[in-house]
Design a protein around this ligand. Structure first.
Ligand code: AMP
Length: 218
């Protein structure tokens, strides 16, 4: 199965992608996670990307397209993948369509998760991430605070620099101006599915599976 998860920051793409990747035993390819790993390792890419990410801006298209091309053409992705956080511009969407053609991937879906802006801001300001396994928690609903151990693996929970309020506002603007037009591209191709993201993680996961079933993707 080849699935793209689409939606504004904070709609729950990462959480749902991890569940689907576990269920279908295919890799979760998150461009945000790939960049954060590069930043943590201090690679050339990481050094270039850090300032851009901290400002809530987009890393240049050519860099992102190269990164995604490397992963999707490698053996890890040969049985399918859940792509999360890419494409974020029309240019990236067009490059991905060409990559799919080259890799012989005719059948894929784009799952759009919809959440209101008020809820997104609330979620991002209470979001913590595990430094070790990347799992997401909320200070509002999971009884955790920054610095406390991850309930799953014991890693340190931290607030992403780009989840600070001033940066969140900018990321939402970037989403509105540069990323949301990509949805129309996929609607026109007839591959878009939309799920309501204002529900529990379990219900959203169940609804996604229903949608995939009706689209004969599982
Ligand atoms: P995410 O974890 O998906 O919210 O991504 C975190 C940050 O990484 C974004 O705010 C961007 O700065 C950068 N990023 C991730 N994916 C992309 C992409 N497809 N294009 C450009 N920048 C990206």
């Amino acid at each position: 199965m080849q699935l793209l998860l689409f939606g504004a920051p904070g709609v729950g793409k990462g959480t749902q992608a991890k569940l689907l990747a576990d269920e279908f035993r295919i890799p979760h390819v998150s461009t945000g996670d790939l960049l954060r790993t590069a930043v943590a390792k201090g690679t050339k890419l990481g050094r270039k990307a850090k300032a851009v990410m901290d400002a809530g801006k987009l890393v240049p298209d050519d860099v992102m397209i190269g990164l995604v091309r490397d992963v999707l053409s490698s053996p890890v992705a040969s049985k399918g993948f859940i792509l999360d956080g890419f494409p974020r511009t029309l240019n990236q969407a067009q490059a991905l369509a060409q990559m799919f053609e080259e890799l012989g991937i005719p059948d894929y879906r784009v799952l759009n998760i919809e959440v209101s802006s008020e809820e997104i801001i609330r979620r991002l300001s209470s979001r913590l991430m595990c430094r070790n396994d990347g799992k997401i928690y909320s200070t509002e609903t999971d009884g955790v605070t920054a610095g406390s151990p991850c309930p799953d693996c014991g890693g340190e929970l931290y607030q992403r620099d780009d989840d600070k309020p001033e940066t969140v506002r900018h990321r939402l603007e970037v989403y509105c101006n540069q990323t949301s037009p990509v949805l129309k591209f996929y609607e026109d191709l007839g591959v878009e599915l939309t799920v309501n993201g204002m529900d529990t993680v379990e219900n959203i996961h169940r609804n996604i599976n229903r949608l995939l079933q009706s689209a004969e993707m599982r």
